[in-house]
Design a protein around this ligand. Structure first.
Ligand code: TRP
Length: 454
């Protein structure tokens, strides 16, 4: 079944590409506020458990499907098992990632705009209060968010068009280690701010009483989102993993990088939020309003440092969002290249146009289209809620059922242990298989239902 499909060059490259997909906006704005809202350290503990027991097995399941079939998400399942259901199941991950990409790149566009603002030193020498309003002013404009969304999408497309080895791999190999350095720089700055201690205490509290079924559901949902599960991205990247690679180790490497980054991001952001005296509110506002406020406030005293840190901060967000967006792009591009006669460049252009147009609705959902609401949610929120709470969980459920109940156990084992040559994987197979077959489906079914009743 080995084709002339492109492969990642080394284990480091595999982990960096997958960590690139995993590390994104989910780590930088979603995780810190979730930790704060749901019991601090206690939430982190639940999150780590959920990652080890459920997300990691699903991650492994996706790589197994991708590498064994040598196909991208669509078609991977039907290659391994016939039947109409699996054709349909494989089809979901072609559309859902594009759906996510369309609104994810809107946030990417906001980050790009704020990076440009930082470079123009828009946060220095102005009243900090007025800086907080910049975000609100920007997202309600009719065309500016659309333009920044399209520019962001085009830049990601340019890297994707270069290919797996010379685009995704090269970009991730250099940018992910740099991201870690950058987030540590921001962390040091943040911790040095007067009043930072309160933010640290907020994160370090260990509030066991905040743990309830809802916390578990949130921790699991966040863990899936953060590891890019359920959307065919890991299946697709899995198909670029060489047969010699150790799947378990790639999964552990990716999971650990993702977790480390999320925790570093917490300590980089929360102390600054508290130093600024802002409530640790939820959502995108946290990074686009609080941080510029801090930069403006500090900028009055030491303008140069504050300007540099603001550039570093938004650059980190742009790059993190880019590598995640690239993985979403790749699912659609790989599908077109495999199933049609369209070449990679043209396929990228097609996805760009499709997501570009679809994203216009999300980009305009705070401005001209703010009146369009369904169940109290605007278009942007609807896209986010539908994809991360419903579609992602449902698609993950199909994935684990496929690996646990449809694929032959021996095939899964052969893939996981490289035909028996990896002894540690061989010893752990029983546990991982149990988690995939029983625990993951039950946990996913519970979260799916919990979304409607909690
Ligand atoms: N994991 C990314 C983040 O944390 C987002 C992402 C990329 C994603 N690909 C995905 C989420 C696939 C779900 C499914 O920001």
């Amino acid at each position: 079944m080995e084709t002339k499909r492109e492969k990642f060059g080394s284990r480091f490259a595999v982990i960096m590409a997958m960590a690139g997909s995993a590390i994104g906006l989910g780590n930088i704005w979603r995780f810190p506020y979730m930790v704060g809202e749901h019991g601090g350290g206690a939430f982190v503990l639940v999150y780590i458990l959920a990652t080890i027991l459920i997300s990691l097995p699903i991650f492994v399941a996706e790589v197994v499907i991708g590498r064994r079939s040598g196909r991208s998400a669509a078609g991977a399942m039907s290659t391994l098992a016939g039947g109409r259901i699996w054709k349909f199941a494989g089809f979901l991950p072609v559309f859902i990632p594009l759906f996510i990409l369309s609104y994810y790149s809107v946030v990417g566009g906001w980050s790009l705009e704020f990076l440009i603002k930082s470079c123009r030193m828009a946060f220095s020498g102005v009243d900090p209060e007025s800086v907080t309003g910049m975000f609100g002013d920007f997202i309600v404009r009719p065309w500016a968010p659309v333009v920044s969304h399209l520019v962001f999408l085009a830049v990601c497309g340019a890297v994707i068009a270069l290919g797996v080895r010379s685009g995704i791999e090269k970009f991730s190999k250099y940018s992910i280690p740099v991201l870690f350095v950058l987030i540590v720089v921001i962390l040091c700055y943040s911790l040095s701010l007067p009043g930072a201690g309160e933010g640290v205490r907020y994160l370090m509290k260990f509030d066991v009483s905040a743990l309830n079924p809802q916390t578990f559901a949130y921790a699991m949902g966040q863990s899936f989102y953060s590891l890019s599960l359920g959307m065919g991205t890991i299946i697709t990247y899995g198909s670029y993993v060489s047969r010699k690679e150790n799947i378990l180790m790639s999964g552990v490497g990716t999971g650990v990088s993702d977790l480390m980054f999320a925790i570093l991001a917490c300590f980089a952001i929360m102390p600054a939020v508290f130093a600024a005296g802002i409530a640790p509110g939820a959502g995108p506002g946290l990074i686009f309003q609080s941080l510029p406020f801090v930069f403006a406030k500090m900028g009055a005293e030491i303008p140069a440092i504050s300007a540099i840190v603001s550039i570093i901060f938004f650059l980190t967000i742009v790059v993190a969002a880019m590598t995640s967006s690239m993985s979403l792009y790749e699912v659609g591009v790989a599908y077109l290249v495999e199933n049609t006669r369209i070449k990679r460049g043209a396929a990228t252009a097609l996805i760009f146009v499709g997501c570009g147009v679809l994203g216009v609705f999300s980009a305009m959902s705070f401005g001209p289209l703010s009146g369009v609401q369904l169940a109290g949610k605007g278009i942007f929120d609807l896209f986010d809620w539908l994809s991360s709470n419903i579609l992602l969980i449902f698609a993950s459920l199909l994935t684990v059922i496929f690996v646990g109940w449809v694929m032959k156990k021996n095939d899964v084992k052969a893939e996981f242990t490289n035909n028996g040559s990896l002894s540690l994987s061989g010893r752990l197979f029983g546990i991982v298989y149990f988690l995939i077959k029983y625990l993951a489906p039950v946990a996913l079914a519970i979260i799916f239902v919990a979304n409607f009743i909690l």
